[in-house]
Design a protein around this ligand. Structure first.
Ligand SMILES: Cc1cc2nc3c(=O)[nH]c(=O)nc-3n(C[C@H](O)[C@H](O)[C@H](O)COP(=O)(O)OP(=O)(O)OC[C@H]3O[C@@H](n4cnc5c(N)ncnc54)[C@H](O)[C@@H]3O)c2cc1C
Length: 466
């Protein structure tokens, strides 16, 4: 049984653990504790018994051994962005990787080695200097760890695949304290499992990613008035699945933020939009978007050539840490007229300026990897949907949750059945199994091998059978 730290672990044991660390151990009551326990979603208010801000893989080994030997709950914190707050726990020990910030680009091998505590902005900054990039998400403050281990969907998905499709190797500290490297040759079962199976199998101290020659992209949002949303969605569903893989575009219902660069006339207006990223030859970009630009008159056309990291961080300021977030998600194989009808109904009811619904394409290069080739199962779907109520005010978020639940329930009958693990909150074992489908049993057998005691259970948990 897992125990909380306060009751069951002697001060002596904790002191010895602290002395073994190169990094810092933070206890409740320490000056840094309140800041260190904060995660991105301010709805999550958990109070760990200890936070180990590790400095290297040796510290991670010490922390994993301490957690296993004392039987305390252990959470692994990468970027701290997880919607359900799975990077932190009540009581127990948090292995906080945020000091592991090393990024080393190897331009000759077109690869980047990234330490486990990096956020995507760290990676983009380092690789862009070499005119290279690897697929991540759409906000640069998201952690490399959680996003990658769940799959990784973003602006480069159609062109380069999921983040895991570009993962060449991981260094992992296992539940028994061993440090191993997993790649296409060594520990192949582990390498299969970490590509979609989340933090279930160990603490990843570093990732090695393949890089692509992507530097300046032709990108940005096009926004339309809500009364055009039906036409836009119907055009989008045909256009994107047939478009060159150089084009990525996710559909959104949104409220225009009240500030530059948006024109004042649009401030606080509910609208729909597509956020594009084109990675083909720049002199062909205008032509590539002609069918979309013919689709009525957009209220705002913000497409143009920009550095890839500028696209990756375009929405960071709208979504700073500390907002309240409530999430629901599903995968979709199609977008029929009835589903579009429901989207139009709920899209018009966005409950706050930050709330939104996104449909991210998961086709293109993602479909060229088999659904059993990595743990990420829903490769045959077309979109990952996420519906989020977001607001700075804790007093208001409760009133917005019914909009998320009703919207999700209205669309769920049209869904493929499971959801992207990184867009889920804590939703129970059935949802986790639905997400991994026929990969679930293999994940369980790999969990039995590497973490039979389920030390790493603060995640979308694959339960061992032993
Ligand atoms: C604003 C925002 C935008 C987002 N945009 C996207 C997007 O565009 N595309 C996308 O795919 N997802 C996106 N996400 C979802 C995101 O992928 C998940 O929230 C993910 O869990 C975040 O990873 P993290 O490391 O920041 O989280 P954390 O909260 O630190 O960790 C999340 C989970 O991953 C595990 N974990 C993290 N690092 C490691 C590690 N090194 N070793 C082992 N386990 C680890 C943790 O144990 C935990 O279970 C977004 C989330 C937010 C809040």
């Amino acid at each position: 049984m897992q125990t909380t730290l306060a009751k069951d672990v002697s001060a002596d044991k904790v002191d010895k653990f602290e002395q073994s660390l190169r990094g810092q151990l933070i206890r409740p009551g320490d000056e840094r504790y309140e800041q260190a326990r904060k995660v991105y979603n301010a709805m999550i208010d958990k109070r760990p018994g200890l936070i180990a801000q590790v400095a290297d893989a040796a510290d991670v080994i010490a922390a994993v051994n301490f957690a296993r030997e004392t039987k305390v709950t252990v959470a692994i914190r990468g970027g701290g962005h997880n919607g359900g707050g799975l990077g932190i726990c009540d009581g127990g020990l948090v292995i906080d990787l945020s000091r592991l910030k090393g990024v080393r680009v190897d331009p000759r091998a077109r690869a980047v080695r990234v330490e486990g505590g990096c956020v995507w902005g760290d990676v983009d900054h380092a690789t862009h200097a070499f005119g290279l990039a690897t697929p991540s998400g759409v906000i640069s403050t998201t952690g490399v760890g959680g996003l990658t281990l769940g799959g990784g969907i973003g602006h480069l998905t159609r062109k380069c695949g999921l983040s895991i499709d570009n993962l060449l190797e991981v260094d992992v500290v296992l539940a028994d304290g061993r440090f191993v490297t997993a790649n296409a040759q060594d520990n192949r079962d582990l390498f299969w499992a970490v590509r979609g199976g989340g933090g279930n199998f160990g603490v990843v101290t570093s990732f090695l990613f393949k890089l692509h020659p992507i530097s300046t992209v032709y990108a940005g949002p096009i926004l339309w008035n809500l009364d055009q949303a039906g036409d836009v969605m119907r055009c989008y569903r045909e256009f994107i699945v047939n478009a060159t893989e150089d084009i990525n575009g996710f559909f959104a219902f949104l409220v225009v933020p009240p500030g530059p660069p948006f024109p004042e006339a649009l401030h606080n207006k509910k609208m729909c939009g597509i956020i594009w990223c084109y990675t083909g030859p720049l002199d062909k970009a205008e032509e590539a978007f002609t069918p979309i630009r013919r689709l009525g008159t957009p209220a705002l056309d913000f497409l143009g050539p920009i550095p890839q990291p500028a696209l990756q961080s375009m929405f960071d300021a709208i979504y700073p840490p500390g907002l309240q977030w409530y999430w629901r998600a599903d995968f979709f194989n199609g977008l029929n007229d009835e589903a579009i009808g429901q989207h139009l109904k709920y899209g018009a009811g966005l409950p706050s300026m930050h709330s939104t619904m996104h449909l991210y394409p998961v086709d293109g290069a993602v479909h060229r990897v088999g659904k059993n080739d990595t743990a990420f199962s829903y490769r045959d779907s077309k979109w990952a949907e996420v519906i989020v109520a977001v607001d700075p005010d804790p007093a208001k978020i409760g009133g917005m949750i019914p909009w998320v639940k009703d919207y999700w329930s209205a669309l769920h009958p049209y869904s493929a059945g499971g959801a992207y693990v990184n867009f889920m909150m804590e939703e129970g074992q059935d949802r986790v199994q639905a997400t991994y489908r026929d990969n679930y049993d293999r994940l369980v057998s790999i969990k039995n091998k590497y973490d039979p005691g389920n030390l790493f259970h603060v995640n979308q948990n694959i339960k061992p059978t032993e």
